[in-house]
Design a binder for this molecule. Structure first.
Ligand code: PLP
Length: 405
């Protein structure tokens, strides 16, 4: 693939995902989309392979006025948006603590917020070994690096023992550690921490000898299952000690299936008002000195949706249909794989499933010979069930199982 060196960063010449999805597009152009399984795309597509665009969201966009597009937004976001994000994130749960919100360009921006304000140059940021590849890129861009704990033990259970080991190791040399957990519907495995996993996380973080900033990347929360069930962990956060600050990375890209609107937020749930104020000042400063303020029109749309019960119900209902379509695809993929004697990495819900493999690149190359395009990761193959129909899930799982057995 090759790399270029710019400053002290090693930058791949070609983005891995764009490269394989380019080959999938070429195959579609040559053979037609029915013949090709393109399981590389990180966006929700319908069974015809077209991007899911929610009509209810588009109707809300249609009510915007020219100034909603043209005017600057405040750095932290328009007030209605900040309210909307809390409603979208917490739903029926009333957070205990001091909440502050700052708009970001998608969930990606909230990772920048967390890394640049809660770690120093040279620090390691702790997260699970299976993780969104961009964590490394964002850390690298800010002169930080990623340290990982093993996400799953030999029995396929959340490896809390390794989390403890790595957190203790980092806490012993730092005053403050940033721990990123991506749940529910983790990318790339589709795993959601169980309530028992959460009890373990809380105990481990509470026992840490330094301050811990617990960043919860909840980008996929609205596609992870029933809204109240996927938020059942929230009250558990009340058991965290005073040395723990909770941040959420929220992404409207997924919730509204509006990736290009670049709308998200960092939400802070602090124990004290002072800590929440410090958060607001710090992340606002980062925003002002990187992307400045965010897309105002997207914020106004969020504000409209979450301040109008009827409109919100319409959006929720429409999303529920797509969410169920996605959940069904995931179950079918996993079942087909299992029926053919192969297990995925533990999967609960979401856009992606990962299948462990000793030679992911080799298997992906063989799949491409059958016009099936997936992403080879270091220890497995990522399949975007978000972008393929049920029938293609079956075809992909059968082909993969035949090669892996
Ligand atoms: N977090 C995870 C795990 C993701 O997979 C993504 C996008 O793919 C994001 C955050 C950020 O999404 P966006 O910046 O598009 O809102």
């Amino acid at each position: 693939m090759g790399f270029v060196k710019v400053n002290d960063r090693t930058i791949p010449k070609e983005d891995k995902v764009f490269a394989v999805s380019g080959r999938a597009k070429a195959a579609i152009a040559a053979k037609g989309k029915d013949q090709v399984v393109d399981a590389t795309i990180g966006a929700l597509l319908d069974d015809n392979g077209d991007l899911v665009v929610m009509t209810s969201v588009m109707e809300a966009i249609g009510t915007l006025k020219p100034a909603d597009y043209a005017a600057y937004a405040p750095i932290a976001g328009v007030p209605e948006f900040k309210e909307a994000v809390q409603k979208a994130l917490f739903a029926d749960y009333s957070p205990k603590g001091h909440v502050a919100v700052c708009a970001t360009p998608g969930g990606t921006g909230s990772l920048t917020h967390a890394m640049s304000n809660y770690t120093n140059v040279g620090d390691e940021i702790l997260t699970h070994d299976w993780c969104w590849a961009n964590y490394k890129g964002i850390a690298d861009e800010h002169g930080r690096s990623i340290m990982t704990f093993r996400f799953f033990d030999e029995d396929g259970k959340f490896d809390s023992a390794d989390l403890k080991l790595k957190l203790d190791e980092l806490s012993a040399k730092r005053d403050q550690v940033l721990l990123i957990l991506n749940t529910p519907a983790h990318n790339p495995t589709g795993y959601s921490l169980t309530l028992e996993d959460w009890d373990n996380v809380i105990n481990i973080v509470n026992a840490a000898s330094c301050k811990v900033v617990l960043f919860l990347d909840v980008a996929y929360i609205d596609f992870a299952g029933e809204p109240d069930e996927v938020r059942a962990f929230l009250p558990k956060l009340e058991g965290l000690g005073d040395h723990v600050l909770v941040l959420f990375g929220y992404s409207a890209s997924k919730t509204l299936t509006a990736y290009g609107m670049r709308c998200g937020a960092t939400v802070c749930l602090a124990k004290t008002e002072e800590e929440a104020e410090d958060f607001t000042k710090a992340v606002g400063y980062t925003a002002r000195s990187t992307w400045s303020n965010c897309n105002r029109s997207a914020q106004v749309v969020m504000g409209k949706i979450y301040s109008d019960d009827a409109l919100q119900a319409k959006v929720d209902e429409e999303r529920r249909g797509y969410r169920d379509m996605l959940l069904e695809r995931g179950r079918i993929f996993e079942k087909t794989l299992r029926d053919n004697g192969v297990k995925s990495v533990p999967f609960t819900a979401g856009f992606f499933i990962t299948v462990p493999a000793d030679d992911p690149a080799g298997i992906c190359a063989k799949l491409e010979e059958q016009d099936i395009f997936c992403l080879a990761l270091a220890k497995g193959i990522r399949v975007s069930v978000a972008s393929i129909s049920k029938e293609k899930c079956v075809r992909c799982a059968e082909a993969m199982a035949a090669l892996l057995k």
